[in-house]
Design a protein around this ligand. Structure first.
Ligand SMILES: C[S@@+](CC[C@H](N)C(=O)[O-])C[C@H]1O[C@@H](n2cnc3c(N)ncnc32)[C@H](O)[C@@H]1O
Length: 235
């Protein structure tokens, strides 16, 4: 079926906690330490295992995704997301093998495990999976000690232009504790093109008293990875 809704092209993916740690430059220890200031927010959560795995580590995380309003179709959408990644790995083996640490099959199995953890955790702890969409989240200001946002605001420029990116980032900062931080990855689209709006969005964040920095990390295959880190400026 052809859809006129560009948001319909957004994949539902199912990453495990260790992949999140790698994407955002966090160790498990650093992630747990950040939770002293409040729970972790995963927005968008997709079918990730982050909430379940943080729970196993003794912490609390909350995931937000509009698809949680249609939980019955989550499994099918997450499976489709996994299949799309598998097709991508087959179509561009040289790129995807580097990006997937040289082990596409093991990588896809990690997504399968994460999807299963997610499904079991949603059943046991539905309160930690909140159906909502950026730029409006149903939480009081300063609720979360650490907020992670992967593969949304800059990954789908056909859905999120600079105004939507700014509004989404400001909302993530609003719900994060003043001493906490927001980390966002990637800052490029699916073709690897860096967002042309990033510098403008960062300047606008500054006008809203939100400090931003770029954290450069070594990525798989020697390719660097850049994470946007946001903090409220001190008053
Ligand atoms: C590619 S997945 C990313 C999931 C997860 N963060 C990860 O890295 O695997 C993108 C998710 O964004 C969700 N989404 C779409 N529009 C959204 C919005 N306005 N606010 C929050 N999430 C949204 C989709 O339902 C989808 O599950």
């Amino acid at each position: 079926m052809v859809s006129a809704d560009p948001a319909a092209g957004i994949l539902v993916t199912s990453r495990p906690l260790d992949e999140y740690c790698g994407l955002f430059g966090l160790t498990r220890r650093a992630l747990c330490a950040a939770l002293a200031a409040g729970p972790l927010l995963d927005c968008p959560g997709g079918a990730a295992a982050l909430v379940a795995e943080v729970r196993h580590l003794g912490g609390r995380a909350v995931a937000v995704d509009p698809e949680y309003a249609r939980m019955a179709r989550m499994e099918a959408r997450a499976r489709a997301g996994r299949d799309a990644m598998a097709a991508h790995a087959r179509a561009a083996p040289e790129i995807s093998t580097a990006a997937l640490s040289g082990r596409p099959e093991a990588y896809l199995r990690s997504w399968d495990r994460a999807r299963e953890l997610f499904a079991a955790d949603v059943t046991d702890h539905p309160e930690d999976y909140v159906a909502a969409a950026l730029p409006r989240l149903p939480f009081r200001g300063g609720t979360f000690g650490l907020t992670l946002s992967s593969y949304l605001l800059f990954a789908y420029p056909e859905v999120f232009g600079p105004a939507e990116q700014l509004a989404g980032l400001l909302e993530l900062v609003r719900v994060t504790a003043p001493g906490g931080e927001v980390r966002v990855y990637p800052l490029h689209d699916s073709a690897g093109r860096r967002s042309p709006h990033l510098d403008r969005v960062r300047r606008s964040l500054g006008h809203h008293r939100v400090g931003s920095s770029l954290l450069r990390l070594p990525g798989p295959g020697g390719r660097p990875r850049t994470v946007l880190v946001l903090k409220r400026a001190a008053r």
